[in-house]
Write a protein that binds this ligand. Structure first.
Ligand code: ACO
Length: 307
């Protein structure tokens, strides 16, 4: 059995901060941020929390899936910015949406989190442990940002994305998933502190590892670049996406982006993009997509998804 996506949803706070507004609080400019990252604005939660955003995205995904909440038997939230340490965000979401039959847990693998959660859900389904999974990536990164640090505050934003997976007959695709704790100091956030990052190191890591992971997953599944309709990368930086496309020698059109609107929303970026594309009718049944994540840990990987 394989998990097929049968519903998507997303939510971002209405409030946002554009580059011009940021340049009034730290020494930066719209031009610098656009040129180095491609980001134009980021949505920032004022009233919303990680849980409230996750719930709104989840409700949309459930409606889209036509499943009812009681049919969900696994609920995973990928997040690095839960409201509280206990209870986990997934249990808080369960309570709000009445998914009373679901096993609930959170997963923390930073910007690779949604990809690892997707693989976890597929493994549960393949093992016959569940049938219907609600998978959410939700982040309130604005609470983890030092708004006086121009090297990080320009990059991140808040939001949530969700998908519902339903078990169907089919073969499981092989996946590439990697972690290297020895390089963890490149991107950290201590308890009670803010996100700290060696931007150039993370940049180089992403540009090197993501094409390798994608090449690896294509090979593992006997697929070629031309078999893939869209490469859905974690939305961190336009230059990273462009460099990956260049290294793979694949046209940039196959790498959809929405980071200009949302910034880097960590775990939420891949499901947010999937939901946007789904609602715009850009995803067709039977198309093969590649999801690729990279981030703190360091962690990275790529998986094939058949729409
Ligand atoms: N505005 C203006 N100048 C700035 C800013 C800013 N916001 N930030 C840094 N600068 C300055 C620096 O101080 C430096 O000045 P100096 O030359 O006088 O020392 C100069 O700009 C160049 O700084 P670099 O760090 O070399 O700039 P770079 O081109 O590497 O861009 C950036 C920085 C955008 C952070 C880039 O390294 C990057 O995108 N890295 C990847 C980050 C990322 O994607 N992280 C998330 C992935 S994992 C996850 O999502 C958790």
């Amino acid at each position: 059995m394989i998990g097929k996506i049968c519903g998507t949803g997303s939510y971002v706070p209405v409030e946002y901060m554009d580059n011009h507004e940021l340049s009034r609080t730290v020494e930066t400019s719209d031009e610098w941020i656009r040129e180095r990252t491609g980001i134009v604005k980021r949505h920032i939660a004022k009233e919303d929390t990680t849980v409230s955003m996750a719930v709104k995205a989840a409700k949309q995904a459930l409606t889209d899936s036509e499943l009812c909440e009681e049919e969900i038997d696994l609920l995973i939230v990928s997040t690095i910015s839960s409201n509280v340490i206990l209870p986990c965000t997934a249990c808080e979401v369960q309570k709000e949406i009445h998914a009373i039959n679901a096993t609930c847990f959170d997963l923390n693998a930073a910007c690779t989190g949604f990809l690892f959660a997707y693989n976890t859900a597929q493994a549960y389904i393949a093992a016959g442990m569940c049938k219907n999974v609600l998978l959410i990536g939700a982040e309130c990164l604005s609470t983890l940002i030092d708004w006086k640090d121009r090297t990080t505050c320009i990059l991140f934003g808040d939001g949530a994305g969700a998908v519902v997976l339903r078990a169907e007959k089919g073969n499981l695709y092989r996946t590439v998933s990697c972690s290297d704790g020895r390089k963890g100091t490149a991107l950290t956030c201590d308890m009670g502190d803010y996100i700290k990052m060696n931007g150039q190191e993370v940049f180089k890591f992403a540009v090197r590892q993501v094409p390798e992971a994608i090449a690896g997953v294509l090979k593992e599944n006997n697929l070629k670049e031309e078999d893939i309709a869209h490469f859905i990368l974690h939305q961190a930086n336009r230059r990273i996406v462009e460099a990956v496309a260049r290294r793979m020698n694949v046209e940039l059109d196959k790498f959809p982006m929405n980071l200009q609107e949302y910034g880097n929303t960590s775990s939420a970026s891949i499901p947010l993009l999937l939901d946007e594309m789904n609602r715009q009718g850009k995803l067709k049944r039977g198309q093969k997509l590649i999801l690729a994540g990279f981030g703190a840990g360091l962690s990275w990987g790529a998986s094939v998804l058949e729409w």
